[in-house]
Design a protein around this ligand. Structure first.
Ligand code: ATP
Length: 373
């Protein structure tokens, strides 16, 4: 696809310029028009949609859908919340000055290919540092603290000295009235890097306090190794699982993962049978949270025994003359307990165990309710 820029006012901006300079692949291509993109970029092809509030337009250019944004300036009337658009169609310089770090504030002219650097981003890419554009940056938008960790880990960049001090100042005095939807998004993206460094720094630098003011001590484990060995689908919730996540808007499944974890913490896990029963009904994420935040040994043991299954079923008990009732579950558990001690036993052994379980219980039950036998 070729974007024709007759005016010289189209620019690639943000991550795509940074990634090209770093020689890394970029998945998002952000293009701004210095001026009103809705008025100017409609001529590039069929207009798919526009959003006049932000001055953005999506156009089908030779079969590829391309987003064009107008240059815009923003203000933060409420710290920690979404900014208000101040002016659509401002200068490119005003547009880049609303961004988070100098390395994300670079633009590249589509027509001329030259880099436009108003904030020193080129030098910071060379020096491998992340630098905010002004001292109120984290107050305006604390999600930038998590973004800094994400980019720092992803690119191996350090926080520039003043930026680090501003981060420390903010974390010592957090305004919890903020937009947690954005916090959650950044926490997810950072932790989905599956990086032990991100895990350690999130806690050691006190970044976790943006999510929860309850103090936590980081477990001294290799959390990434645990996540990988269990094979979870949503790693972020494991790395964040020791926190009070009630400020984040959790999905039903995320809430279930955490509820099951809370229940597990109250569950006795002294033998294989208890471990098997407790862990076999929870998702891998809950297992991993338990391993990272409470202890690893029972989880390791569960992974060794989890594939042990009994072979007998309800029909087998019926064939033994045992009437269907809630006793079946008791019998299966009794057989499972033995099988966990001796996984070699076969179906005939299991039937024998079931019979042996029923006979002494028959005498017990004869003194009371005999219906179930
Ligand atoms: P990624 O490779 O993770 O997509 P990106 O730099 O493209 O990195 P985006 O979140 O897609 O990140 O944002 C695109 C651009 O928008 C950024 O490069 C930055 O210029 C700007 N931006 C994004 N989030 C913020 C923010 N919270 N504050 C200021 N500018 C931001």
């Amino acid at each position: 696809m070729k974007i024709f820029d007759d005016t010289g006012k189209l620019y690639f901006v943000g991550g795509v310029v940074r990634d090209e300079l770093l020689g890394r692949e970029s998945f998002d291509v952000d293009i701004v028009y210095e001026g009103n993109a809705i008025e100017h970029c409609a001529k590039y092809g069929e207009v798919i949609r526009t959003n006049p509030d932000f001055g953005t337009i999506r156009v089908n250019v030779e079969g590829v859908e391309v987003d064009f944004a107008s240059t815009r300036s923003e203000t933060y009337p409420r710290s920690g919340h979404l900014p208000l658009v101040d002016k659509i169609g401002c200068s490119l310089k005003e547009d880049v000055l609303r961004r988070d770090f100098t390395v994300n504030a670079l633009a590249k002219s589509v027509k001329r290919g030259e880099i436009v650097d108003y904030t020193g981003g080129l030098e910071d890419i060379r020096a491998k540092v992340l630098r905010v554009l002004h001292d109120r940056s984290f107050i305006d938008d604390p999600t930038r603290i998590i973004r800094a960790l994400k980019f720092s880990v992803r690119f191996g960049f350090a926080l520039e000295e003043n930026t680090r001090r501003l981060q420390e100042d903010y974390l010592a005095n957090i305004n919890y009235d903020m937009c947690y939807k954005r916090i959650k998004k950044e926490v997810m993206e950072t932790f989905n890097l599956n990086s032990q460094e991100a895990f350690e720094r999130f806690y050691d630098e006190g970044i976790y306090k943006l999510v929860s003011h309850v103090e936590v001590a980081r477990p001294k484990v290799n959390a990434v190794e645990i996540v990988n060995s269990i094979g979870v689908e949503t790693p972020w919730i494991v790395y964040a699982g020791g926190l009070d996540l009630s400020r984040l808007e959790l999905t039903r499944i995320e809430q279930k993962i955490l509820n099951d974890f809370e229940a597990l913490k109250q569950t006795s896990l002294v033998d294989d049978f208890e471990i098997y029963k407790a862990f076999s009904s929870v998702l891998p994420e809950t297992l991993a949270i338990y391993a990272v935040w409470v202890m690893q040994e029972p989880v390791k043991r569960f992974l060794q025994i989890k594939d042990i299954k009994i072979s007998i079923c309800g029909d087998d008990l019926l064939a033994l003359g045992i009437k269907p009732s809630k006793k079946y579950a008791e019998i299966f558990d009794a057989v499972l307990k033995e099988k966990l001690k001796n996984p070699e036993i076969n179906k005939a052994n299991e039937l024998e165990l079931a019979r042996q379980y029923v006979i002494p219980n028959l005498f017990r039950d004869l003194s009371g309710d005999t219906d179930s036998i």
